[in-house]
Design a protein. Structure first.
Length: 398
């Protein structure tokens, strides 16, 4: 493998009690791959001495940075004390001591790289979406299962404090029978030129894989599945609200990928969900994402960080009277759900579980099939939008 070793690098401790796991990390010069996966996950785990798995025992990840631009890789490695980089993925995959291949590239480049990793027999951990289409994703699922390799898809929202608290509240029975859910996500993305857009232009170009449905519905699929039930039917209506935007070079372009979608879901637990996702909305809520779950015994509102609860016993007696000011301070009647333990970075938390899965064979339910279900929801939502009717979501073969 073509590599570069940097002085001052911090290799894994050579101790019999430390189990080193070499990880080929592809796509870490991008924002998400660098910040969340490399710096805040793998390097943070290394700085903490690895993942403790027993008295004097730890799992120590050892990253090898993979990509196309050697100068960027070397600069990133030098900045963070990473010992090896390579621009030759095939050579890296041939190394016997590389146990995991991680992919955070653009989705269009992921499918081929993952197939090559499967052929090499290394374990796989990938950002979502797994592939551009459900058909391609299911082909990867079958190949990975046939090869008998361990696989994981990033589902970071499940490990955020607000969602962890919401799941704890629901599982406690505090809400009683679940009735309905309202979800709101989004913010105003500047079209440019002044202020400059805060999201990349490809997000709004259909031929480059843009669109809020393909970007966010894979997230909503697993968030709903692990809180109020798996989506089994969807009615969706997308929209291109702002057709003219400015790109990174200051040039105007026509946006043809949806910047908003308004959807309803039915889950396998009989819960009805309404969910708005938009990059054309000005925020009037506590967080950029909020999910309200109403039940017979109470309601909960969760964001990414916080969760609050209102029980049946503390629900005020509301009366609609448009002629008088509302005497009830509604927001004051909610109780914050407390933190019961410190929360790690969500990406790091799932990385630690995947590393334990690889080394210790502990359960890890977020496999490639789970990732395929997110792609399926996005595709069925597009079909619903095109047909202007409800569409059922079929069970995927295991």
């Amino acid at each position: 493998m073509t590599s570069t070793t940097h002085s001052g690098a911090a290799p894994a401790t050579a101790s019999p009690a430390v189990r080193t796991v070499r990880i080929l990390m592809n796509g870490v010069t991008g924002r998400m791959g660098k910040n969340q996966h490399l710096i805040r996950s793998i390097l943070a785990i290394r700085a903490a001495g690895g993942i403790a798995v027993g008295p004097g025992q730890a799992i120590m990840p050892e990253p090898v940075l993979v990509g196309r631009n050697r100068s960027k890789l070397e600069a990133l490695a030098a900045e963070h004390g990473v010992a090896e980089v390579t621009t030759d993925l095939d050579a890296a995959l041939r190394e016997q001591n590389a146990e995991i291949y991680f992919d955070a590239q653009l989705t269009s480049a992921r499918t081929d790289a993952v197939r090559r990793a499967i052929a090499a027999g290394v374990h796989l951990y990938c950002e979502k979406p797994l592939a551009p289409t459900l058909g391609q994703a299911m082909d990867i699922v079958r190949l990975a299962n046939k090869a008998g390799i361990k696989q994981g898809i990033v589902q970071d929202k499940l490990f955020l404090p607000g969602i962890v608290k919401l799941r704890r509240v629901i599982e406690s029975g505090a809400l009683g029978d679940l009735l309905s859910v309202r979800g709101e996500f989004g913010y105003w993305v500047y079209p440019g030129p002044d202020p400059a857009p805060q999201r990349p232009s490809w997000n709004y170009k259909a031929n480059e894989g843009g669109g809020i449905i393909s970007d966010m519905f894979p997230h909503w699929q697993y968030v709903l599945e692990h809180t109020v039930g798996r989506p089994m039917a969807v009615s969706a209506r997308g929209a291109v609200h702002l057709e003219r935007r400015i790109d990174e070079a200051g040039a105007a372009y026509r946006a043809d990928a949806e910047d908003a979608v308004y959807a309803s879901f039915e889950t396998d637990r009989g819960v009805f969900v309404q969910f708005n996702s938009s990059w054309c909305v000005r925020v009037n809520r506590d967080e950029l994402f909020e999910l309200q779950v109403d039940g017979t015994r109470g309601s909960a509102v969760a964001g990414l960080l916080n969760c609050k609860l209102q029980s049946a016993e503390t629900t005020p007696r509301s009366t609609w009277n448009p002629d008088l000011p509302d005497p009830i301070a509604h927001r004051a009647g909610w109780t914050p759900v407390p933190d019961v333990a410190p929360y790690d970075n969500a990406f790091r938390a799932q990385w630690e579980l995947f590393l334990r899965h690889v080394v210790l064979d502990e359960p890890f339910p977020w496999d490639f099939l789970a990732g395929a279900r997110g792609i399926q929801l996005a595709e069925v939502a597009h079909e619903s939008w095109a047909s202007r009717r409800w569409h059922d979501i079929a069970d995927l073969p295991t």
